[in-house]
Design a protein around this ligand. Structure first.
Ligand code: GCV
Length: 659
């Protein structure tokens, strides 16, 4: 049995095998084929995490995996925990594997749990989306090339993919899409046999860890691949074509999860070309895949990307709500709408999408972005768990089910077709994520999808403890650094929810007016009197009215609108006084100075880690932090100067603001 790995990679949070912890283990088998595969994976993982444990075929082993009478879904129950005697119960075989990883974490991370310890996932779908292209590049990837593809070939490094799959399984991920939602010409052919021959091998690796594989498709594939005249979802020929394509996929990959679709968005084709609705498009694919029990995940990131800054009535933030809330109840049972956390695009601060709570009869997935497109490219550290917690715990204030994390499950007609997805942050870099600290986001994302009640802090603590071996004081400092890093990034970048002051295209670094006169619908409208997008019903774009009555009233009124969202919702003067007691302009100065000072403190702390963590890790974290500081200084000085020039108002504290 192959136990070690040949491709050298950071083992991340699984790097502390527990030698001689158990000498024997036994497994009560489940009967079907998938179960046998997972049994093999289980044995392999035991030998990696608890070396020297031998499988025996009687019930008196030190580590026992046995069937549970309760329905634990993909979860487990660690029911006994005495000396060397541990029992892990599960009702599906994948639960054994999740239980094993949990046991490892309890022992290696010295985590305290109460026995019996039962853990059942809160969300059914816990997915990662890759935006990887066949040429090996990754759209919005900051950790090297794709782990799947290399110069228009399948990379075929199955050892690497096994390492990846186990990392994902260890944090509870159960679905992965492996190609970019912007499906270019070559990737459009992934649905055909020659590519499927490779993809089925990738699917088998994931499947051994209980993870289903999905493909992003091009809606115009019937034309591009099938050479039909049209991709009209209401054309029977088109539906027949998709049915055959999907039959072909399932013939190769019986455990295939389904399709992910970006349609009529940012140049991608879609049903609008034929005067059809998104329900027509999604339902056609859903019916073509239904006999295989697959699902269609349909993204709601649909907006007009050819807007004019001159027209203040058109608002990109309204787009997804307006389009999809009117289609509620019209989607097939195996269609799931995937909704970005905010109404625009993964900014450091956005309100929660008003679509949550507006859909009551449609399966839903919430979409996050782990890859740090707008949050520092994995150069700047930005621990995103606090942001994700805010979104999941957000109270829409509709009657009945009102928290986003509950809405996902409760308002999805088919509970198993609901959950969370995120654009992942990994690539070929040896530490997977470019910046070692960005591993915490991947780890934390998985944990949070599984257990929605975890705090960001607990997740950070668990990651730090498993990843390093620090003294308590340093451990605490590292956790504090992670915990404050989102606020710090926000402090030196876009103020008060205004968003998009980054360099166009690459989305790293400051360019205050970079998007101001462009077509993307992301304007801050700063002038000599004030700044912000007016989205009130009374005098703006009416975005605020897309929320429940209570949220509408809160956001509509500048006096009740939360400070952190003020410039998202309103255009206000520079001397407008925030709830904090500061004027908008003074807030901008203060936060930008503070942001840089905090990064300086991070850097000082990181320097003290020399010799306390592995050399390569130290050098990596230090190098990134130095670059973060340089970027933060640019952000601070550009933003401060920009608003000083616009407003003519001096910093009360007379710090250096360039004229
Ligand atoms: C994959 C943003 C990103 C695009 C991305 C798009 C999406 O606009 O900048 O790179 O495209 O979101 O989510 O589809």
């Amino acid at each position: 049995m192959e136990v070690g790995f040949t491709t050298k990679r950071d083992l991340c949070w699984l790097k502390k095998p527990m030698q001689n912890k158990f000498s024997t283990f036994s497994v009560e088998d489940f009967k079907d084929t998938d179960a046998k595969i997972i049994h093999e994976t289980l044995c392999m993982e035991i030998s990696r995490l608890f070396p020297n444990a031998k499988e025996i075929f009687e019930a008196k082993a030190e580590l026992i995996f046995a069937k549970s009478e309760d329905d634990l879904k993909e979860g487990f129950c660690i029911s006994c925990f005495e000396n060397h005697n541990v029992r892990i119960l599960a009702s599906e075989e994948i639960g054994y594997l999740h239980g094993l990883f949990a046991l490892y974490e309890i022992l290696a991370g010295e985590r305290k749990v109460t026995i019996p310890y039962t853990s059942v996932p809160d969300q059914s779908i816990r997915m990662l989306n890759h935006w990887d292209n066949f040429d090996g590049s990754i759209e919005r990837g900051y950790a090297g090339d794709s782990i799947f593809y290399d110069r228009n070939e399948f990379r075929g490094d199955y050892d690497l993919l096994t390492q990846y799959a186990r990392l994902l399984c260890s944090v509870g991920i159960n679905a992965v899409s492996i190609n970019n939602v912007n499906v270019h010409h070559r990737e459009a052919f992934f649905i055909e046999k020659p590519a499927l021959m490779h993809i089925k091998k990738i699917a088998a690796i994931f499947s051994a860890y209980g993870i289903r594989l999905f493909l992003a498709i091009n809606f115009a594939a019937p034309i591009i691949v099938g050479k039909l005249d049209s991709a009209d979802p209401c054309d029977p020929q088109v539906k027949n074509w998709w049915t055959k394509v999907l039959d072909g996929i399932y013939e190769e990959i019986p455990q295939f999860g389904g399709l992910l679709v970006k349609a009529d968005s940012e140049g991608e084709p879609g049903p609008f070309t034929y005067g059809r609705t998104h329900a027509d498009g999604a339902n056609m694919l859903a019916s073509a895949i239904a006999s295989h029990k697959g699902v269609i995940i349909w993204r709601c990131f649909v907006y007009n990307c050819r807007q004019s800054w001159k027209d203040r009535s058109l608002d990109r933030a309204n787009a997804a709500y307006d389009l999809f809330s009117t289609l509620d109840g019209t989607f097939a049972e195996n269609v799931i709408l995937q909704i970005k956390n905010g109404p625009i695009d993964f900014q450091i601060r956005e309100p929660v999408s008003p679509l949550f709570g507006a859909l009551h009869k449609t399966n839903q997935i919430l979409e996050f972005e782990i890859t740090q497109e707008y949050t520092g490219h994995q150069i700047d550290q930005c621990y995103l768990l606090p942001m994700w917690k805010e979104v999941m715990d957000f109270d829409t204030r509709y009657e009945g089910i009102s928290l986003v994390k509950d809405i996902l499950r409760e308002y999805s007609p088919s509970r198993k077709n609901s959950g969370i997805a995120a654009v992942v942050n990994v690539g070929m870099d040896e530490n997977w994520t470019g910046n070692k600290l960005a591993q915490a986001n991947l780890f934390g994302y998985g944990l949070l999808c599984w257990d929605n009640a975890l705090s960001s802090e607990e997740i950070a603590e668990r990651w730090v403890r498993l990843s390093f071996s620090l003294e308590e004081e340093d451990e605490k400092k590292m956790v504090d650094m992670l915990m404050t890093s989102r606020e710090t990034y926000e402090n030196y970048s876009c103020p008060l929810g205004v968003g998009f002051m980054c360099k166009p295209g690459i989305h790293y670094g400051v360019d205050v007016d970079g998007y101001e006169y462009d077509r993307w619908g992301t304007y801050h409208y700063a002038d000599r009197n004030g700044v912000g997008r007016e989205r009130s019903l009374a005098t703006g774009t009416g975005y605020t009215r897309r929320y429940s009555d209570s949220r509408f009233r809160e956001y509509e009124d500048v006096n009740t609108c939360p400070d952190e969202l003020l410039l998202f919702m309103h255009h206000v003067s520079y001397d407008h006084v925030l709830h904090s007691g500061k004027t908008v302009i003074q807030h901008i100065y203060d936060t930008h100075f503070k942001g840089v000072e905090t990064v300086e403190q991070y850097l000082a702390f990181i320097r003290t880690l020399e010799g306390k963590i592995e050399k390569a890790e130290f050098e990596n974290i230090l190098e990134r932090a130095e670059r973060q500081l340089a970027a933060a200084v640019e952000w601070r000085d550009t933003i401060n100067t920009y608003f000083y020039r616009k407003s003519g108002i001096e910093d009360e504290q007379h710090r250096t603001v360039y004229a």
